[in-house]
Design a protein around this ligand. Structure first.
Ligand code: DQA
Length: 147
């Protein structure tokens, strides 16, 4: 398989951003881990980060012809972006939503996700491991869909 990992706003600052909440690993560390995990599961992993909503929408559109699934941490856009949700619904690629922090034990405004209702599922609260678990879950799902 080939899957696209999307990182939303402020995730480029991982490692230095609120380390008490998000830990000390950097986005480059996470991307490397996912590429290695993908290799061990015969899956090509591409990664993209943007602080701009429209750039994430464009990347989702372009994924349609290149990838079989999406793994997304939309950051704060999780809680605000109808546009990103609509883009995922439009391309209809199987999508797993991930968060480093457990969004349900944080502020009320983080409890709602626009993406969750159109995702296969969500993994939240396991730090960088949320991404690895999400990638595994996405690949397992894609296997069940492939004859
Ligand atoms: C986050 C949680 C969001 O509420 C927050 O805006 C982020 C990161 C997470 O991975 O825990 O930027 O998506």
């Amino acid at each position: 398989f080939s899957v696209l990992v999307l990182h939303g706003p402020n995730l480029n600052l991982l490692g230095q951003r609120e380390p008490g909440i998000y830990g000390s690993v950097t986005l480059a560390d996470i991307n490397q881990m996912l590429e290695a995990e993908g290799r061990s599961l015969q899956t090509q992993v591409s990664t993209f980060q943007s602080n701009h909503e429209g750039a994430l929408v464009d990347a989702i559109h372009q994924a349609l012809n290149l990838h079989q699934g999406l793994l997304i941490n939309a950051g704060a856009y999780t809680h605000t972006s109808v546009a990103i949700r609509d883009a995922i619904a439009a391309v209809a690629l199987p999508t797993v939503e991930v968060h480093l922090s457990n969004i349900y034990r944080r502020e009320e405004f983080r409890h709602h996700s626009y993406i969750a209702p159109i995702a296969i599922g969500q993994i939240s609260g396991f730090g960088a491991q949320s991404y690895r678990l999400g990638l595994q879950a996405l690949i397992e799902y894609l296997k069940t869909q492939t004859p």
